[in-house]
Design a binder for this molecule. Structure first.
Ligand code: TRP
Ligand code: SF4
Length: 368
């Protein structure tokens, strides 16, 4: 049976190699040797695949109008998986790329059937967290899907004319109307920046978790079909591995007990870390003898994605683990200290963001 990615599903991806082959996602390796991509997500292959990153990068290097765009569905609260996307946006922003961030409130309403007022409030929280994580608000734009002008909604109608049932089925399987509309809305998010009215950014890259690839396949097809009529170029994309929850399954806003939220109390964060699934052996004896299995360990994932910036130090931990020089109890306590520091810093700056009342000025809040 062929594989299918469900952008609305809850799963962990076991086999990234297979994913690359099955969907024709390009592996990151080649681009890595071609360009200097210095973020640890590249060097550690947390970002493992892409579509046309090289094309996009060339345009960027030649001074063409480039942008980075991504979106957040405001169901649940921002967590460490969300922060990976913040981190990527920050990276591109520091390179001087224009940043645009979508709050997918229409999607949360229609697909997740969330309460409207809560969606709006949480949408604002996603913006606040993004800034607290270090995204410079002077060089980024945020919007709610439902606040967009008719020219954006016009795109959705135009797209619906050129997408077939067979194509939807091939990409997503059987799809309910709300999800079809959400997918076309996401295509409008990704492509609208190319219109003159929205800045005419012809080369847009979309960093997302790989579960969003179906939307990119659809959007790239739509770009081709509107090349003539609207002059669209295909968007590029960048895929990071999905951070697993502390039980080893996907970290998801809808399974809060296994996620670390950015506004988590430090005590609860600590408890979650202490209870997390590791790559440890059944007994201490066995672990000292055979070493742990960091590649299976959610704590090692925390180190890799967020807690350890220095590659040398990360290698050291890997070595200490696989040789049985450190046991999980101690290792978890170390991780917990680092995590608490990270969360505390983030929460301190979040407080400042809220106190500055910046968010109201930055994003137009939907009225109903
Ligand atoms: N569907 C995305 C999610 O579930 C949110 C989203 C909406 C998005 N529009 C987008 C992501 C455009 C990237 C680009 O989180
Ligand atoms: Fe994970 Fe650390 Fe245990 Fe190794 S020692 S399995 S990295 S918790």
């Amino acid at each position: 049976m062929s594989m299918r990615l469900d952008p609305w599903g809850h799963f962990a991806v076991e086999d990234y190699e297979k994913l690359l082959k099955e969907f024709g996602i390009q592996p990151i390796d080649q681009v890595l040797s071609q360009y200097s991509l210095e973020h640890i997500y590249f060097t550690r292959k947390v970002i493992f695949g892409h579509r046309d990153l090289d094309v996009w990068f060339n345009k960027f290097l030649h001074g063409e109008k480039t942008a980075v765009l991504t979106g957040f569905m405001p169901s649940g609260y921002p967590h460490l998986g969300t922060a990976m996307v913040y981190e990527e946006l920050k990276y591109f922003q520091q390179k001087g790329v224009f940043v645009k961030i979508v709050i997918a409130d229409a999607e949360a309403y229609a697909v997740r059937r969330e309460n409207r007022n809560e969606v709006i409030q949480r949408g604002l929280d996603f913006v606040a967290h993004a800034i607290a994580w270090g995204i410079n608000p002077d060089k980024a734009e945020f919007y709610f899907q439902t606040e967009m002008p008719s020219s954006y909604y016009r795109l959705i109608q135009m797209f619906s004319r050129k997408v077939t049932q067979a194509e939807i089925e091939a990409i997503y399987g059987d799809l309910a109307p709300a999800k079809i509309i959400a997918a076309l809305t996401q295509a409008a998010d990704i492509l609208h920046l190319q219109l003159d009215e929205f800045g005419g950014y012809k080369y847009v890259i979309v960093p997302v978790g790989v579960d969003q690839d179906p939307h990119l396949r659809l959007t790239r097809d739509l770009a081709d079909r509107f090349k003539h009529e609207l002059g669209f170029e295909r968007p590029a994309s960048l895929y990071h591995k999905l951070m697993r929850g502390l039980d080893g399954n996907k970290m998801s806003k809808s399974r809060p007990e296994y996620a670390i939220h950015l506004n988590e109390s430090l005590e609860i964060a600590e408890k979650k870390v202490i209870n997390a699934l590791t790559g440890g052996r059944i007994t201490a004896e066995e672990q000292k003898r055979r070493g742990g299995e960091p590649w299976k360990c959610t704590i090692f994932e925390l180190y890799t994605y967020h807690l350890i910036r220095d590659d040398k130090r990360l290698e050291e931990i890997y070595y200490e683990c696989t040789t049985g020089k450190i046991l999980c109890g101690q290792c978890k306590r170390n991780a917990s200290e680092l995590l608490k520091q990270l969360l505390k810093n983030h929460q301190d700056s979040l407080k400042e963001v809220f106190e500055s009342r910046l968010i109201e000025k930055l994003v137009k809040k939907p009225l109903f």
